[in-house]
Design a protein around this ligand. Structure first.
Ligand code: R5P
Length: 300
């Protein structure tokens, strides 16, 4: 579709480039920089009049900066005559603050969704977005929303790398991850999948338990995010206690904060990989195809 203009935010140029190629367009040039006082400056240096503009952004690690950049780009695109503005949020920030866990807290994910509408963003595409308490982004975002999944791509890689076989049990480390285990298993025609149960006590303190029959089974974990690695470490211990053999771990968004990867490796969890929504040293799979399908679906 030649009426699409893809704009890359500054967070994930490689993904933007691959995505633009999949959509058969060149990236629209933009100038993004900071003023001396650290405020953001953006300028679209191309014709987006009458176009369906897609802004690609992975809002991890510097969520506030990338969010602000996306809002400014969206507003600039609308002012320049864009027919529609779609935010392809490969990594959507603040999704885990989806509830008032303690009095006085905001529901941050809803605030972010409102800001997108205010800036003129009509459509939102997310990738395996964290949905625990807010199950449907349509309840917090006014425009069209599509969530695409990289789970089939992650599983495909695991099959080719020999980490997943036809009799492997796909496990989500907590109840929310059952949806990803299901997509992952079904996409590869695997019949065994399920989820463990997690209790969180703090940023890095979690316990994982479960009632799955994993005795003597090969087990592969899928999750949306690996951040500190605590969830995966505790899940792997539980799988071992249940008699399962962990063959690998894949996630959509590999944040691996601080020494997370080292902590995983120290526990013997070395077969870990992720998609390019948050580029990192374990990235093996691209989200570009899933995103391009989502974009064509939303613009159809
Ligand atoms: C939260 O429930 C998510 O689905 C992930 O399980 C979580 O973000 C992983 O965080 P961590 O690696 O810090 O345990």
């Amino acid at each position: 579709m030649s009426d699409i203009a893809v704009i890359s935010g500054s967070s994930n140029m490689p993904l933007s480039y691959i995505l633009a190629k999949k959509l058969k367009v060149d990236l629209t040039q933009v100038e993004i920089r900071k003023f001396p006082d650290n405020e953001k400056y953006v300028r679209i240096d191309g014709d987006v009049n009458g176009k369906n503009v897609v802004i690609v952004q992975s809002m991890a690690f510097k969520p506030d900066e990338y969010l602000m950049e996306s809002l400014l780009l969206a507003s600039a695109a609308k002012d320049a005559g864009a027919k529609s503005v779609t935010l392809a949020a490969a990594y959507f920030p603040y999704a885990r603050q989806d509830e008032r866990f303690k009095p006085g807290e905001p529901i941050s994910v809803a605030v972010v969704a409102q800001l997108l509408t205010t800036a003129g963003i009509d459509n939102l595409i997310t990738v395996d977005v964290h949905r625990h308490r807010v199950l449907d982004f349509a309840s917090i975002f006014k425009g069209k929303w599509v969530d695409v999944s990289v789970m089939p791509y992650l599983v495909d890689y695991g099959l080719k790398a020999g980490l997943i076989e036809k009799d492997t049990f796909i496990v989500g480390p907590d109840s929310e991850a059952l949806q990803w285990a299901k997509i992952a298993a079904e996409s590869a025609g695997l019949s065994n999948y399920g989820a463990l149960k997690k209790k969180r006590f703090g940023d890095t303190e979690v316990t994982v338990s479960g009632e799955l029959n994993l005795e003597g089974k090969k087990v592969f974990i899928v999750d949306d995010i690996i951040s500190t690695g605590s969830t995966i470490i505790e899940a792997s211990k539980t799988i071992k206690e249940m008699g399962g053999k962990l063959t690998g771990v894949a996630c959509a968004h590999g944040l691996f904060v601080n020494d997370a990867l080292y902590r995983l490796y120290k526990e013997g969890i070395t077969e870990v990989y992720s998609s390019d929504t948050v580029p990192n040293q374990t990235t093996r799979v691209s989200s570009a195809e899933a995103l391009s399908k989502g974009i064509l679906e939303i613009l159809a």
